[in-house]
Design a protein around this ligand. Structure first.
Ligand code: COA
Length: 324
């Protein structure tokens, strides 16, 4: 499969580190030093499906593809607007992509690499020719802005990619998808509480139950092992060295993790794309947000090899080596 278009959408409102200083006991210096983040976007009233739709429309325009040509739409999200309809179905309906089937995929911050892998499977099996992967998050809806351990990290945004079947281009050279559910508690956002009495008159869960909880240091430790494992596996299986790769596009979780990859493989730091400074951690949206920005700025060229690596809630992780 080949990448034929990308698009993104971010909300207008910018939450800076200075604003956060007046909300919780934190400092711009701490946030920049520990995470690399300076600001993030906040949806403020916009739904996940709305930014997903905008990113999808931009990706289809970039690809020059009519929505009617889509066979499948996959949305990566952990912040859907409804349990049903899915964000993917809402996007499908608004686009008028009536020949596409559509579903959401929850792999948290690995959502884009998981979805790209699923897209590739449908394309390779001949069941789909054109697939839209759109990842969108309004994490601000599950963030407690009184909890400094999470509110400085996360932001809202959406990114999309259009993949197409190709008989001539190699596409995905290697893939590696994993999960470790035993560590799921390290990064948790509740959907519905288990109710001892579903027949009780008062059934509303307290609002704090919806907030994301993260054990940052445990996730960091997991990431420090999982990311190299995924990257090294796709390089080995793809018959490449790190030096043969044009770009490393990793989930934007923490600048320190991205710098660790630079040091570990002795890379030119410019090969590891970063925009965490401006958008924070947007979960599944972070990798396609990077790709859309890179394509817009002319950094992506035919024939380049790119490693995509996602990691996060579940806990999940995975990497893809793709030749575009
Ligand atoms: N401002 C100021 N101080 C803060 C703070 C904030 N926003 N958040 C935490 N602190 C404090 C802690 O209370 C702690 O204080 P103490 O030493 O007095 O107890 C100290 O800073 C260190 O906290 P710790 O959690 O150990 O920091 P850290 O170096 O691990 O950095 C993260 C925290 C969240 C930035 C980091 O752990 C991280 O990036 N984890 C990975 C997240 C990730 O990859 N997620 C991916 C999936 S989405």
């Amino acid at each position: 499969m080949i990448l034929i278009g990308t698009g993104s959408a971010v909300p207008d409102f910018t939450l800076t580190n200075q604003m956060l200083e007046s909300m919780v006991d934190t400092s711009d210096e701490w946030i920049v030093k520990r995470t690399g983040i300076r600001e993030r976007r906040i949806a403020k009233g916009k739904a996940t499906w709305e930014i997903a739709l905008e990113a999808a429309q931009n990706a289809l325009a970039d690809a020059g593809l009519d929505p009617l040509a889509l066979d499948l739409i996959i949305t990566g999200t952990v912040t859907p607007d409804f349990f049903t309809p899915s964000v993917a179905c809402m996007v499908q309906g608004k686009l008028g992509a009536k020949n596409a089937f559509a579903f959401d995929l929850n792999a948290a911050c690995s959502g884009f690499v998981y979805a790209a892998d699923v897209a590739d499977s449908f394309i390779r099996s001949g069941k789909a020719k054109n697939v839209l992967v759109v990842c969108a998050e309004t994490l601000s809806r599950i963030i407690n802005y009184q909890d400094r351990s999470t509110c400085v990290i996360f932001g809202d945004g959406a990114g999309a990619a259009v993949f197409q079947a190709s008989d001539t281009e190699p596409g995905i050279l290697a893939r590696y998808m994993r999960a470790d559910g035993t560590l799921g508690e390290c990064l948790k956002a509740r959907a519905l509480p288990a109710e001892t009495d579903p027949f009780a008159a008062e059934r509303l869960a307290p609002p704090e139950l919806r907030f994301l909880e993260m054990s940052g240091s445990e996730v960091f430790r997991f990431t420090a092992a999982a990311v190299p494992e995924a990257i090294e596996t796709v390089l080995r299986e793809g018959g490449c060295t790190a030096g043969d790769v044009d770009w490393f596009v990793l989930h934007q979780a923490n600048e320190r993790i991205l710098r660790m990859i630079v040091t570990r493989y002795g890379l030119d730091p410019r090969k590891v794309y970063m925009n965490i400074e401006r958008f924070g951690n947007t979960s599944s949206a972070s990798i396609p947000l990077c790709l859309a920005e890179m394509r817009k700025n002319g950094l992506l060229r035919k024939g380049q090899r790119i490693v995509l690596c996602g990691f996060g809630g579940g806990l999940t992780y995975g990497a893809i080596l793709i030749q575009i």
